[in-house]
Ligand binder design. Structure first.
Ligand SMILES: [Zn+2]
Length: 329
């Protein structure tokens, strides 16, 4: 049973909005596209693992799955891609979507990636990463006075095309690195081997509650990092059908794309979400006019009413809270 669903991280949502809205001639546009590309591959890889998680065998006792946890550890936090809590052990999955040829080198704590004719790249050793997470999770359990079950770890490679080579410690790589289709095959012996059951259903539910309570999403703004100013952000309702930057025109209560002729009644919702992600979750009537490129405040009020967005404050300084739009996604 999935206890914590995977969500699109806020930073990736902001980067997606930046890709649409920031002027492509901005100094950092290529950099932000590059970061987004890495993030999208990671998201795709994690989503593709869901199919194999569904194939996990039924066990005598229930198990819980948690995606994207970020938990406190001492003065900082640690992140877990996927945690599966069985009654007899914890299983941590470090999910990687990598291209090209990868060389595992646990002895030197590195992973080397070779993509086409590009220079070799040294990456963090994911086996070491997931081992550290095990250590920190065990310490978290202890800190919460919860029983400590053995912690098992796997690095799951989600790109079927990646070629795996091993430079050192082959037995460690064989034990801890798999491609997604091997997940079930690897989990069954782990379940059988750990014969002591530490967690009854009540304890599992307690751990589950505490994990979700302690989860702290990362708050980091790529807007500041890439030095994007409000003036760099394009306004207007974009056509969902055409590539970004095609602004739709408003006719008779709907939007029409002059390029592909698509007619949409709700294309403005994405525009408001972009505003909330990139500029502020609160918006004034003046800003609504500017960002939606609509002069008539009565039309804007109707659009807001459709979304059940109410104004706060008196007429002159009234602001509209766009947060509910983000929560819905
Ligand atoms: Zn279009």
């Amino acid at each position: 049973m999935i206890k914590k669903q995977r969500t699109i991280p806020l930073r990736a949502q902001i980067l997606r909005a930046m890709k649409r809205r920031v002027h492509p001639n901005h100094d950092k546009y290529e950099d932000l596209l590059m970061e987004l590309g890495i993030k999208e591959a990671g998201i795709y890889g994690e989503q593709s693992l869901d199919y194999y998680l569904k194939l996990l065998p039924e066990t005598d006792t229930p198990y819980y799955i948690f995606h994207d946890l970020r938990l406190p550890y001492r003065d900082s936090h640690f992140q877990i891609d996927t945690l599966i809590l069985f009654s007899n052990f914890c299983l941590l999955l470090e999910v990687k979507y990598l291209r090209g040829i990868i060389y595992f080198d646990p002895k030197n704590n590195q992973l080397i990636q070779e993509v086409e004719d590009k220079p070799l790249k040294a990456l963090q050793d994911p086996i070491l990463q997931v081992s550290n997470q095990c250590f920190k999770l065990t310490s978290w359990l202890k800190h919460k006075n919860l029983p400590k079950a053995p912690c098992e770890k796997l690095v799951v490679l989600t790109n079927p095309k990646v070629i795996v080579k091993v430079l050192s410690s082959p037995s460690i790589v064989e034990k801890h690195v798999i491609k997604s289709p091997a997940l079930s095959e690897k989990v069954i012996p782990l379940y059988k081997r750990n014969s002591t059951h530490y967690y009854d259903k009540k304890t599992l539910n307690k751990i589950s509650r505490l994990l979700i309570k302690d989860h702290t999403p990362l708050q980091s703004s790529p807007i500041e990092q890439y030095k994007v100013r409000p003036i760099d952000i394009r306004t207007g309702v974009f056509c969902p059908n055409c590539s970004p930057h095609v602004v739709m025109g408003k006719i008779h209560g709907k939007w029409k794309c002059t390029t592909c002729s698509l007619i949409s009644g709700d294309a403005y919702v994405e525009t408001l979400k972009d505003y909330a992600l990139l500029i502020s979750s609160e918006i004034t009537m003046r800003e609504l006019k500017r960002f939606l490129r609509i002069e008539d405040k009565y039309i804007i009020r109707r659009l807001l009413k459709k979304l059940e967005i109410k104004g706060e404050g008196n007429t002159k300084s009234r602001t509209y809270n766009l947060t509910p739009l983000l929560i819905k996604t």
